[in-house]
Design a protein around this ligand. Structure first.
Ligand code: AMP
Length: 544
């Protein structure tokens, strides 16, 4: 027998409408690329979002069209999130740190119709322009006075798009499964893969995050997403904050320790969210100042494992660390590390130990670990296995990418994370290794296999491997290990020059090591496990 309850579609626009009518004091503060600080409210944001939506409709944007953004964290980017999805189009956030090759691939793959950009990225777009789709229109996210002059023709001005448009809109009705957001993540080989979020998955994720992190997500609290809006929707904050009434403080382009400290201090940020690399900078500034930023009480660390020393330093100075784990394909939050009330009596050491784990699953995300044959392993905290996930906020398939989809799921339909983990009897997840051949540097991916493919094309290289070497600042950095042939070694400069043609500068290996033979596994593949152990202590120069 079916129940008798209404079925209303879950829609992203409703989150902002809710904030606009319920949280009159909810603020959005942004450091702008123009250089100043901008303040607004949820109510004002709802009005400007309506104007922007009318502007998009006037440009002929239809349900399902992909609209790209190339922008830092700021109020205009937030308006785009809501206006684009509100009219049934898809907000495709582009990571500006990608190589030109990868960026062009995803713009073409997504078939973006419009691209909204911060002023900062206009010179980069000028360089890419010969390879951009000819019908792609570019909107610069600024006012007329700040519009850049340059070689790009036909640039539209963001503020002019809004000007004169009505500040109310009746958002159209469509099914909750309608696509709302698109975010590409690195593949182990080949091209990036797109995760296509729905209205339903996004609204559910906002609720899941709101419930799981209700210690910070509340009206009156100020949250700083250092995690970019182009990284899995800033971990869902643009949706969870309006839902709960928390204010958002957007840092703009300056993410160094001093800039973050000053902003947090001035704006009394309660909780800040980001990858470990940015917290190293903040911790150095805290040390230099001899105090925490005023009001700072909580930090959410994710994207890479939070080092024990970092957790300890924050906890020692009275800042609660929430160590979270997730993936682009998971919207992204899968687990979070706030400890249960019973744990509040733990000593500092015990607390730090517990927080080195990635925490427990959020409601709606199922976890399982298996051996290589797919048999489930016990949740005993001792048996590491391949980590799989399932739930309403997890991808059911990459966007237009059959090849990637063939590998992504097991026979029962669980999504393969590529992480290796243990789970203990209380549900605490500990990531112990990574099965996917990727390197994560400062929260950004580098594909070992893609680097290796280019290096292998050098005539003097017989075999090679790129592995992740632990790095204090960037968590991991790539090291290239080369086996040369009879003609001697390919010079390091030549190899790096070859790679530069395909990769961004920060993706290049920091060092090249030449070996006589690369260790092999029983099946004749290069044993990266052996190499990782062998080079664990290898010292790299700082690529900053
Ligand atoms: P992304 O899709 O870029 O968010 O990357 C997701 C991947 O980052 C995961 O599959 C992990 O390999 C890694 N990751 C994310 N959070 C953590 C964490 N807290 N500890 C260890 N690895 C993490």
């Amino acid at each position: 027998m079916e129940g008798l309850m209404m079925m209303r579609p879950l829609k992203i626009a409703d989150l902002l409408e809710f904030a606009a009518s319920n949280f009159l004091n909810g603020e959005i503060v942004s450091v702008r690329t123009e250089g100043d600080i901008h303040r607004t409210t949820y109510r004002e944001t709802a009005k400007r979002t309506a104007q922007l939506a009318h502007g998009l409709l006037r440009l002929g944007i239809n349900v399902g069209d992909r609209i790209a953004t190339l922008a830092w964290n700021g109020y205009r980017h937030l308006e785009l999130y809501y206006a684009i999805s509100g009219i049934g189009a898809v907000c495709h956030t582009i990571n500006p740190r990608l190589s030109a090759e990868q960026m062009l691939y995803i713009i073409h793959h997504a078939k973006d119709r419009l691209l909204f950009t911060d002023i900062t990225f206009v010179p980069m777009l000028e360089k890419l322009s010969p390879q951009l789709p000819p019908d792609l229109r570019i909107v610069v996210m600024t006012d007329r006075a700040h519009m850049p002059e340059g070689s790009l023709s036909g640039l539209l001005c963001y503020e002019e798009l809004l000007e004169g448009q009505p500040d109310q809109i009746d958002w159209p009705d469509f099914p909750e499964e309608t696509a709302a957001g698109l975010c590409y993540t690195s593949g182990t080989t080949g091209n990036p893969k797109g995760t296509l979020y729905t209205h339903r998955s996004t609204a559910l994720h906002a609720m899941m995050v709101g419930i799981s992190l209700l210690n910070v997500l509340q009206a009156g609290r100020r949250i700083l997403p250092v995690v970019p809006l182009f990284h899995v929707n800033a971990w869902g904050l643009p949706y969870a904050a309006p839902l709960t009434g928390a204010s958002l403080i957007f840092p703009g382009p300056k993410l160094d320790g001093k800039s973050l400290f000053d902003l947090m201090d001035r704006k009394k940020v309660y909780s800040a969210w980001g990858v470990p690399t940015v917290w190293l900078g903040l911790q150095a500034q805290i040390k230099a100042e001899g105090r925490n930023p005023e009001g700072f009480a909580d930090v959410v660390v994710g994207g890479s494992a939070a080092p024990r020393s970092m957790i300890e330093a924050f906890e020692k100075s009275g800042i609660n660390v929430c160590h979270a784990w997730g993936m682009t394909e998971m919207s992204p939050i899968g687990t979070q590390g706030n400890l249960p009330i019973e744990a509040h009596s733990l000593s500092l050491e015990e607390r730090v130990e517990a927080k080195c784990s990635q925490g427990r699953r959020v409601f709606g995300v199922d976890l399982k670990i298996t051996d290589d044959d797919g048999n489930r392993l016990p949740h005993d905290g001792k048996s590491p296995g391949n980590l799989y996930v399932r739930g309403n906020t997890i991808t059911s398939g990459y966007f237009n990418d059959e090849e990637a989809n063939r590998e992504a799921f097991d026979a029962e339909g669980w999504f393969k994370t590529g992480d290796v983990a243990t789970i203990d009897e209380n549900g605490f997840l500990m990531i112990t290794d990574r099965a996917k051949d990727l390197i994560k540097s400062g929260g950004e991916w580098i594909s070992s296999l893609d680097l290796e493919n280019v290096v292998m094309s050098h005539p003097k290289v017989v075999s090679c491997a790129v592995i992740a070497v632990p790095h204090e600042k960037w968590t991991e950095r790539p090291l290239l290990i080369v086996q040369s042939g009879e003609d001697g070694d390919a010079p390091q400069e030549e190899l790096l020059e070859m790679l530069s043609a395909h990769f961004a500068k920060w993706q290049l290996p920091d060092d090249v090591v030449y070996v006589e033979n690369l260790p092999l596994t029983a099946t004749g593949k290069v044993s990266k496990l052996t190499l990782r152990k062998q080079f664990a202590g290898h010292t790299l120069s700082d690529p900053a």
